[in-house]
Every structure is written in structure tokens, then in C-alpha cells.
Design a protein around this ligand. Structure first.
Ligand code: MG
Length: 292
């Protein structure tokens, strides 16, 4: 199933996207309350209902599948060797830990999340001029658990989506902790929908990112340093993961900061993040003064 949240006749609805992505079957009743309650209900054993209304899907009406996450947004900081190498002398400079010893995990403020085609707002030169993109496969937790063993981890996955982990590099590096530089308003485009884990495995998906049509990132999740079960095991050590928790799995090589000279995003740039088996999100970056 591909499950989406969409604006329909002035209110957000959830529904099941057709195979050709041209239609969406909208849910009513309890299932219409939002994707998070629906995921929680499914974790309790409730079966998905049948959609009640089939309508044309306007991609620009899509919201983030979890539009206002009430749960945590875990992000993995270094999960492809080539990305670790390209930022060795900047973001990862001074890191004494072995690259493959433990994952770097940080969080983004949940309010960063915006829809798959919504504009990303640049913060203005006084705040940061080093805005960068990071295309990432993203795991959505469906079943709660604490101290989840690697072997059981995939039983806790509801499905997969895409985020662009937009980052202000100067702010990221200034504060040691990355959270501020990762959490500017609108810095987490997400979508276009969640593909349920019974239809998609996360092990060998192609992750690509384009800036104004130019291919910048292109890798397979088979190249992960830490696979998805390991990430779930790590994030749940002493912490209860709950339905709706999100784990962005890290970005491949090819970010703007890794180039010589670095290439930062500017107003008017369009960034497209694609993951095979899921689809794509595409967001225009706009200036601080641009009306929403
Ligand atoms: Mg990232």
C-alpha cells in the first residue's frame, strides 16, 4: 500500500494511492483521522478499511504523510562511506570514533516537516548562507518497542518514505550538536507517501538527488554502513520507539558541501530527492522575503 495525506476540499484526508499514482482512495471514519492514528490502530491489529471515495490525485495537494509529526524525527549522520569521506575535513573533522563503530544519531525538530512539493524557506544571509540538501530513505516505525533486537527490528517497521534532510552547514558545525543547523523551519520535506513494508524492503533501493535537474547524489542503500535493523536496534536502546517515529537513514555522497568549491542552495533552486520503489519529492527553495 502507498498511503498518503492529501488536502481534499479544504481538509486533510488520508488515502491509498493507486499503482499509477493518478488516483487516491480516500478513507472515512476512524481511518480518516490521520495517518498516525491509523498506524497505531494497525499496530493494535485493526485491519485497513476499504477506501470510500476514489478521486484524482493532484501531486501538489499532497501533504507530508505525517504532516505534523507528534513523534521523534531521528536522523543518522554518517551512513555511507563515500559521504563520510567527502565531509572528512569539515563536518566530521575531529571525530575520533571509528566510522563503523556506532552510528551518529541526531534529531530534527518535528515542525520542520513540510509536504513533498512545498517550498523550503531559506533563512536569510544573516542566519546562514550554507544551505545544503541530503536525500534519504526514511523508516516509519509502526509497532512500539524498547531494546529491539536486530533480528526482530523489521517487525517494527510500518513502511518507508523519503526526506530531504536540509542542513545549514555553518550552523551545524558551529554548535557541536547538529540539531540547530538541521531544524530551521521547513527543513524537512517528506513524502510523497509511505510505502508499507509488506510491499517494499529497504535493503537495496537507489537513492538519488537532483538540483535543477543535475544529478548530485546516486547510491544504493545496500551501501549503508549501518543497515536498518542495526539503526532500529541502536535507536531503541533504552528508548521506547513508538508508532510514527521516523528514522532518516543518512545521505549518500554528493552533497553541496563536498564539492570544490562548495555549492550552496540559492533561492529558485529546485531539489528533487528520489528513492526507487517509493517515488520522489521535489521542492523549490525560496527567499526569506518570498510570500508563502
Ligand atoms: Mg542527513
Amino acid at each position: 500500500m502507498r498511503l498518503a495525506t492529501v488536502m481534499h476540499q479544504g481538509r486533510p484526508r488520508i488515502g491509498r494511492v493507486s499503482d499509477d499514482a493518478r488516483r487516491i482512495g480516500l478513507y472515512e471514519g476512524e481511518a480518516a483521522l490521520g495517518l498516525l492514528p491509523a498506524i497505531e490502530a494497525q499496530a493494535r491489529g485493526t485491519r485497513w478499511p476499504e477506501p470510500v471515495e476514489d478521486v484524482a490525485l493532484d501531486p501538489h495537494a499532497l501533504l507530508a504523510p505525517l504532516p505534523r509529526p507528534r513523534r521523534n524525527l531521528f536522523c543518522v549522520g554518517r551512513n555511507y562511506h563515500a559521504h563520510a569521506a567527502e565531509l572528512r575535513d569539515s563536518v566530521f573533522k575531529g571525530s575520533t570514533a571509528k566510522v563503523d563503530a556506532w552510528p551518529i544519531v541526531f534529531t530534527k525538530v518535528p515542525e520542520t516537516v513540510i509536504g513533498p512539493h512545498a517550498p523550503v524557506r531559506l533563512p536569510g544571509a544573516a542566519v546562514s548562507e550554507q544551505i545544503d540538501y541530503e536525500a534519504e530513505l526514511t523508516v516509519v516505525i509502526g509497532r512500539a518497542g524498547r531494546n529491539i533486537a536486530r533480528a526482530d527490528a523489521l517487525d517494527h517497521v510500518f513502511g518507508y518514505t523519503i526526506v530531504n534532510d536540509v542542513t545549514a552547514r555553518d550552523v551545524q558545525m558551529r554548535h557541536s550538536q547538529w540539531d540547530l543547523g538541521k531544524s530551521f523551519d521547513s527543513f524537512c520535506p517528506m513524502g510523497p507517501w509511505i510505502v508499507s513494508a509488506d510491499e517494499l524492503a529497504g535493503q537495496a533501493l537507489r537513492v538519488r538527488c537532483f538540483v535543477n535537474g543535475e544529478l548530485r547524489q546516486d547510491a544504493s542503500t545496500s551501501q549503508f554502513i549501518f543497515d536498518i535493523p542495526t539503526l532500529i536496534e541502536t535507536c531503541s536502546r533504552g528508548i521506547t520507539l513508538l508508532p510514527g517515529d521516523i528514522i532518516a537513514t543518512g545521505t549518500p555522497a554528493g552533497v553541496g558541501m563536498g564539492m570544490t568549491p562548495p555549492r550552496w542552495l540559492r533561492a529558485g533552486d529546485v531539489v528533487r530527492a528520489e528513492v526507487s520503489g517509493i517515488g520522489a519529492i521535489e521542492n523549490r527553495f525560496v527567499g526569506e522575503e518570498t510570500p508563502a
